[in-house]
Write a protein that binds this ligand. Structure first.
Ligand SMILES: [Zn+2]
Length: 128
């Protein structure tokens, strides 16, 4: 069975507008909980650790460590931890030919949604 489904929708950024605006410039803007200090990237308006909604913005440098990656016909993706964040997230890899475990957030790739990571060269990838 094969079905075709087309969706045309938009989600207003709301209170997360600063996060999405930074993302368009390839910058990582995290949320930091004023209750427990948990830092989330991607940003969220409610702390995932203590459910507090008292949040402030925290710029990160955008570097991330690859924890796991998968490569397939539809692209290469990785579970990463951005430096300075307490959370993990998935990203698309814009240069999967590099087999390093370190990279930096990249601006969105065309109309493709989501977070994108540019893998660093070997020397940077070995940084601890
Ligand atoms: Zn918290």
């Amino acid at each position: 069975m094969k079905y075709q489904m087309n969706l045309d929708y938009s989600i207003p950024p709301g209170d997360l507008a600063p996060y999405f605006e930074a993302l368009q410039d390839g910058k990582a803007l995290a949320s930091e909980c004023n209750g427990c200090g948990n830092v989330a990237f991607p940003a969220r308006m409610q702390c995932g650790a203590c459910c507090n909604s008292d949040i402030k913005w925290k710029p990160l440098n955008g570097t991330a460590r690859v924890l796991f990656r998968t490569d397939g016909g539809s692209g290469s993706f990785a579970l990463v931890k951005f430096d300075g964040a307490d959370t993990h997230c998935t990203v698309g890899l814009i240069n999967p030919e590099r087999n390093t475990t370190f990279g930096k957030l990249a601006a969105p790739q065309g109309d493709a949604p989501g977070l994108w990571l540019a893998l660093a060269e070997e020397k940077l990838g070995e940084r601890r």
